[in-house]
Design a protein around this ligand. Sequence first.
Ligand code: GDP
Ligand code: IMO
Ligand code: MG
Length: 452
Amino acid sequence: MPGTVIVGVQWGDEGKGKITDLMADRMDFVVRYSGGNNAGHTVVCGEEVFKLHLIPSGILYPHIMAVIGNGVVINPEVLLQEMSELSSRGISTGNLKISCNAHLVMPYHLAFDRLGEISLGSAKLGTTHRGIGPAYSDKAERLGMRVQDLLDERIFRKKLESALERKNAILSKAFEHETFDVDEIVRKYMEYAEVLRPYISDTSLLLFNALEEGKNVLFEGAQGTMLDIDHGTYPFVTSSSPTIGGVFTGTGIGPGHIERIVGVSKAYTTRVGYGPFPTEETGEVGDVLCSRGVEIGTTTGRKRRCGWLDAVLLRYAARVNGLTGIALTKLDVLSKFEKLKVCVGYSYGGKIYHDFPPHQTIFHKCEPEYLELPGWEKSISEARSKEDLPPEALRYIEFIEQASNVPVEIVSVGPKRTQTIWMTEESRARGIEEGPYLYEESFDADNSSNFE
Ligand code: GDP
Ligand code: IMO
Ligand code: MG
């Protein structure tokens, strides 16, 4: 059962890119299963910084097969841009596979995303404006355009005509917005199809065969548990399933193939976009976390909202994802606080909730109940083992383990690969060195497509 899942446990941007990159050296496949280019995953390799939006972070390793699963919504223009940017930096995308069943983000999805936000007024979500919600809506409405439609111009045109009939009517009548032209979109998307054709594949079968052969497959989550359409802070969520269930619907493999589920959590909490955030700190503490943590959105450049760690949410994420381990990131950012607060319950209507409340009003209006833990003065960015950490930092980690009932396997103390502490004997044994691993050798992986 060689499948490992990396899942964000907060509102995204927990450092999934770094943890994926760390774990990918022992993997054969890295797979994205949900979201689209609303994601922004940062990987720091030596002096180089990569920001990946659609392509799995494992692409940076020449030996990895990088797979975009059917649960992802793909804007082909953005995908091609990302591929060409990687190529210009010496990273080959020859090992990329794209599911034939993934849905496409279409130009009108971007328009509907923007218009939807405008019409919500002060109730808007603060989406990334990448057309993600409208693309998933069309998927559910059975009006979506899929990657496999790119392979046959006649089918593509027919489906597009039918979709645009409805879309254009709404755009012109409800929004007085300009309409979209079938021929123009067909021309553009057929150009994309020419380039993408060799990468399109039955990725469900590919992954099943790989897992059956005992290959190591890493599923790279995007977004986070609290942005999940079912389990997050609805309606202030994204439109997909970043939690564990998304792995199965988003790739077409079964749960029996999963061995480890690693939840990535920041040592504090951040959120971009609108919606409830009980432990948010809008004053000095928030500013300190934001500036020390460089909390600027990878995709949109927006400032992230910051606050203390919420252990109630961590426990909730452990439950809904069935976490087997935690990767705790950005612990370095908490250095120099005299006291650290952690939320252990929500107070509302004279009651304390120790579990994520079932009604959104409670979560929107509650006051966090805090426990105070001692902080530590010295910088821990240079710590490389448990023994290098001050006792207060170890106490903080221990608290997280007790609150979530999940072991902390990895502690990250900076963006670089080397700024990592492997907490267990097993993880310590597989610690890795910062490596000049970028494309020194050519690869000869089987790149055949089912659709060539
Ligand atoms: P993702 O979307 O979950 O992959 O996270 P992002 O890449 O959007 O945001 C995480 C940011 O934190 C990136 O800029 C990372 O380089 C950075 N980062 C990751 N781990 C650490 C860490 O342990 N300490 C610090 N200071 N920065 C980190
Ligand atoms: P990664 O993978 C942080 C947020 C948006 C908005 C809400 C809905 O980098 O962690 P959408 O465009 O998806 O319809 O926006 O979801 N959001 C993210 N926040 N990290 C992300 O991805 C996010 N993807 C979406 O800010 O609040
Ligand atoms: Mg991000």
